[in-house]
Design a protein around this ligand. Structure first.
Ligand code: CFM
Length: 545
């Protein structure tokens, strides 16, 4: 086994790529070839990758749909908004808590996340129209809960039959007077992946909620945390750290978020962006309309957490905050280092592969680095080229029919509420000191030379990759979990965290070190014998043998 492993590890990336493409028809192979990139250059010379393009029909993609991105990802994690799905019950069921967003009902006690709200469309609604049913469902939710807000989500059939969900929402909002009702045209087919759903959600949240509450918010260092969804309690750990540092989080988009937090988001002085893919639209719009600058942060990885906290402190430039942040880092790091030093004796040099969403494949590389582990192949399900190559490619991105399908809303500076957060001289001083606003380099420059970066990896390629390169751990989602484990390789879900977590911040890093250590060093895989290995009368072999 040892010699085979060595041979696999030595396999040239070009040869691996050729193997992945070998069985495809010529046309499909040509298309996939552009989405499989050998990371040959670093920095701005990153080779180009094809991303955010349609999956070839017939390929078992890891992607989700546009509705998943809008309802499941962006609005699902909020706690006091009734998220009502207009569609068949299956769509509702699959967007109901499967993503493990955590919420804390807080003092007001309002928390709708355990509920599944659906119009439960039937055949007759598809034939005769579902607007009446939707109106009744909104009324029922209002009568039962009197929420501050009701959000309506369109599933595929709604778009196909042409229910006018926006007019229904508008009428109900006017009727209630004390409940903001709005709708999302996020039919599953609207875009090539869940990424389109993020954009649709961001637009509506900005149009219908942000800026609705002008009351001043207390706090000295006020920020919004954008693109943090509180999976497995990540957001709670980040909130704990912010609190210790004296940083006030006005709103998180959207883990454990409330309607009022969204409505007050324009009161913050800085936007810290975690997941660039899902939320950079809101960051841009908040800057244009209200003058709030944004920076990229990452709270996955203890070192990355420290770096992000320092970046926030540097922005405010206040010595008191800078000192508190240093004090917090000094307090938190010893426990992190004890755990890290311990696991590194067993994890150093091990290899990982990660194929997750649109940002985690990058963020989690930090945690593996801290453990001395090497990421040999990574990619996104639905990242855009800027998430791979950096934001400098945005002006060159092709606008195709699929992207045109999503409304681009035009945002201007608010005539009364726009306020620059710093003077031009202060901005210049920060930039001269190397501070970067509105900046993201993407995954590729962080990956080693010669590693494989693959967009929209599919079931077949995932198994092939594992067979060819035999990583010590593979990270993706539940759809991949068991097929990979059957190949004898431990699999960690980086969407749902396999019910574990948090992995963000300092405490999260310690959790992650311990879990990954157990997974990559477990002997359970060596006990996994196939029937032909136990019975000499059977003859067969694993593909990689
Ligand atoms: Fe952003 Fe996310 Fe992700 Fe994402 Fe997602 Fe997710 Fe993800 Mo699953 S918003 S892009 S659409 S970090 S649900 S919390 S884990 S695919 S990498």
């Amino acid at each position: 086994m040892a010699t085979t492993d060595k041979k696999k590890a030595a396999m040239e990336p070009a040869a691996v790529k050729a193997e992945l493409l070998k069985l495809y028809p010529a046309k499909v192979a040509r298309k996939r070839a552009k989405q499989i990139m050998i990371n040959e250059a670093l920095g701005n010379e990153t080779p180009e990758i094809s991303a955010n393009v349609r999956t070839t029909p017939g390929i078992i993609t890891m992607r989700g749909c546009t509705y998943a991105g809008c309802k499941g990802v962006i609005m699902g994690p909020t706690r006091d908004i009734v998220n009502l799905v207009h569609g068949p019950i299956g769509c509702s069921f699959y967007a109901w808590l499967t993503r493990r967003n955590q919420t804390d009902a807080g003092v007001d006690g309002e928390n709708y996340i355990p509920y599944c709200f659906s119009t439960d469309m039937q055949d007759s609604d598809i034939i005769f129209g579902g607007e009446k049913k939707l109106t009744a469902a909104i009324q029922e939710a209002y009568d039962l809960f009197h929420p501050k807000s009701i959000a309506v989500f369109a599933t595929c059939p709604v778009g196909l039959i042409g229910d006018d969900i926006h007019t229904v929402a508008k009428r109900m909002k006017e009727k209630f007077g004390d409940c903001n009702v709005y709708a999302f045209s996020c039919e599953g087919y609207k875009g090539v992946s869940q990424s389109a759903g993020h954009h649709i959600a961001n637009n509506q949240v900005f149009k219908h909620i942000v800026g609705e509450n002008d009351a001043e918010k207390p706090g000295k260092y006020k920020i919004n945390l954008l693109g943090e969804y509180n999976i497995g309690g990540d957001g709670f750990e980040i909130d704990r750290i912010f609190k210790k540092c004296g940083i006030t989080s006005i709103s998180t988009f959207s883990g454990n978020a409330t309607y009022d937090q969204f409505a007050s988001a324009h009161k913050a002085d800085l936007n810290a962006v975690m997941c660039h893919r899902s939320i950079n639209y809101v960051a841009d719009m908040l800057e244009t309309k209200y003058g709030i600058p944004w920076i990229k942060v990452n709270f996955i990885g203890a070192d990355a957490t420290a770096k992000s906290l320092r970046k926030i402190a540097q922005y405010f430039g206040d010595q008191e905050l800078i000192d508190t942040v240093e004090k917090v880092i000094a307090e938190e790091m010893p426990a992190v280092m004890t755990a890290r030093t311990d696991v590194r004796t067993r994890t150093e040099g091990k290899t990982a592969m990660m194929f997750v969403g649109g940002s985690r494949a990058h963020h989690y590389k930090e945690l593996f680095n801290e453990m001395g582990m090497k990421t040999i192949s990574a990619g996104y399900e639905f990242g855009h080229r800027d998430d791979y190559e950096g934001r400098q490619v945005i002006p060159t991105l092709e606008v195709d029919a699929d992207s045109r399908n999503i409304e681009e809303i035009h945002v201007e500076a608010d005539p009364t509420r726009f306020a620059p957060r710093k003077t031009p001289a202060e901005f210049k001083a920060l930039e001269d000191a190397g501070y970067k606003f509105k900046h993201y380099d993407g995954l590729a420059p962080d990956m080693d030379k010669g590693t494989l970066i693959i967009d929209d990896l599919n079931q077949y390629e995932a198994e092939k990759l594992v067979e060819l390169m035999k990583p010590d751990i593979f990270c993706a989602g539940v759809k991949e979990k068991y097929s990979i484990q059957k190949l004898g390789v431990p699999m960690k879900q980086l969407h749902s965290y396999d019910s574990g977590g948090p992995y963000a911040g300092f405490k999260g890093a310690i959790n992650f070190y311990h879990e990954i250590d157990r997974l990559v060093n477990s002997r359970v895989w060596s006990y996994m014998k196939a029937p032909w290995q136990k019975n000499p009368e059977l003859s067969a072999a694993y593909v990689w043998e």
